[in-house]
Design a protein around this ligand. Structure first.
Ligand code: GDP
Length: 444
């Protein structure tokens, strides 16, 4: 889970603090020592940590805080506020120009995820009703051009390329002319990267900037590289000038230090974060929601937004009708699992629900991954149409046949049928709650 180590440590520290009741200055100092260690271990920049702790302490040790009835809560709120401020307070949006096309230039080192992010950004903007044009200006890595073309095909969006050997500045310039005549209101330029920052790379990027005057220059950096990501951002900002940063691979085992240091060190806001390899895995970066996730307070707003943008409304209504008529089948169950999968891994989803961050640990290894869904799919596809529509006819011999046919054990078939029945019951219950307007939350 994102920021797992940091979240665990901070939550443990605050749990201790809550157990104290009245707080003394020593209690706060002790807690801040632990917060400091946790931040340093998450690879947050040393100076950033020092300033952060100083600010929190100044506010927390004021008499009025320690004398409140719930001092621990107040201290946690201060940490929450300061974490939010550290990451930039408010969500930073893309500057959409009033005179289209809006030109977005993506820069970054090789492997940071620039080309993938170009596709993700195009997908996000397309969903908002825009008509983006992707521009392949990474001429040194032929695979990058092909990669962008494949993404364009998947997204059903145009990709602008020019013959081999064309200068990237010319490509960018021509792309904008092309966009104007084909009514593309957004131009996303995928520039070349290098393994390391070098003069040649910077000169090329500056030349593109000077010629096309982008409305947004966004740097794509890999969160897994920790402090290096922050150094790269600082360098690019000084040399090229940035409007924002996109932090990729935050779904991996990144300790999160980069997300917490980029704004403080460079002054550039993080605008988006990459949470996976798929096109849907780009999230707008909300500092307040991220702070909330780190402190285990969940991020229900992002979860709702994710659900809204990923669920197909028509399909949902169809599903509701089926439930009402009690004709929810195993095929529908499989469809639903695939829809939920689009929201991200179970790990990511649970991290967004308050108090659920640690559920996964409590439950042990909940297998809700790609493999499990494949297994469920294999079992369901081994059934006849009639069986899928009416699982009640699945007697012992049918179950055995299905198990053999799908390469599983009879227990697996039984488990799936049990899950199906539970899901059906749960959905009926939620439907009832929707009607009465009462939803008392998830019971653990
Ligand atoms: P580029 O050289 O900067 O254009 O990098 P690519 O777009 O080719 O990405 C390099 C690798 O990082 C690819 O395997 C991508 O699938 C992967 N990648 C990009 N963004 C993310 C992300 O947010 N999460 C994960 N897990 N992988 C990512």
């Amino acid at each position: 889970m994102i920021f797992e180590g940091l979240a665990d440590r901070l939550q443990a520290t605050f749990k201790k603090l809550r157990g104290r009741g009245k707080l003394t200055e020593d209690d706060v100092n002790e807690a801040m020592r632990e917060v400091r260690m946790a931040l340093l271990e998450a690879d947050v920049n040393f100076k950033v940590v020092k300033d952060f702790i100083k600010k929190v302490k100044e506010r927390a040790i004021g008499q009025e805080v320690l004398d409140t009835l719930t001092p621990a809560q107040v201290v946690i709120k201060i940490v929450n506020d300061e974490l939010t401020a550290l990451m930039g307070d408010t969500q930073s949006r893309i500057n959409i120009s009033s005179k289209p096309p809006t030109v977005i230039m993506l820069a970054g080192l090789q492997g940071a995820g620039k080309t993938t992010t170009a596709g993700k950004l195009a997908y996000t903007l397309k969903k908002q009703g825009k008509r983006p044009l992707l521009v392949a200006a990474d001429v040194y890595r032929p695979a990058a051009i092909k990669q962008l073309q494949v993404l364009g095909e998947q997204l059903d969006l145009p990709v602008f390329t020019m013959p081999e050997g064309t200068n990237p500045v010319t490509i960018a310039e021509q792309a904008i002319v092309h966009a104007a005549s084909y009514a593309n209101d957004i131009v996303i330029i995928d520039t070349a990267g290098r393994l390391h920052i070098n003069e040649e790379l910077m000169q090329e990027l500056k030349a593109i900037k000077q010629t096309v005057k982008p409305h947004e220059i966004l740097l794509v950096v890999d969160a897994m590289t920790g402090q290096d990501a922050v150094n790269v951002a600082e360098h690019f900002n000084n040399d090229l000038g940035l409007d924002g940063v996109i932090l990729t691979k935050l779904d991996g085992d990144a300790r999160g230090g980069a997300a917490l240091s980029v704004k403080a060190v460079t002054g550039c806001p993080i605008k988006f974060v990459g949470m996976g390899e798929k096109l849907e895995a780009l999230e707008a970066f909300h500092p307040d929601r991220m702070a909330s996730r780190i402190l285990g307070m969940g991020d229900v707003l992002s979860l709702i937004e994710k659900a809204q943008s990923n669920f197909d409304l028509e399909q949902a209504q169809e599903m509701e009708k089926k439930l009402r008529k009690d004709s929810f089948t195993l095929d529908d169950f499989l469809d639903q699992m695939n829809q939920v999968k689009k929201l991200g891994s179970l790990d990511q989803i649970l991290g967004m629900i308050p108090g659920m961050g640690n559920l996964k640990k409590k439950l042990g290894d909940v297998d809700f991954d790609e493999k499990e869904i494949k297994r469920i799919e294999a079992i369901i596809l081994s059934m006849t149409k009639k069986e899928r529509r009416d699982p009640s006819i699945l007697n012992g011999s049918r179950r055995k046949r299905i198990a053999i046919g799908s390469g599983n054990r009879v227990q697996d078939v039984n488990k799936l049928l049990k899950q199906f029945n539970e899901a059906k019951k749960l959905m009926k219950k939620m439907k009832g709650m929707q009607k009465t307007g009462r939803f008392s939350g998830f019971k653990l």
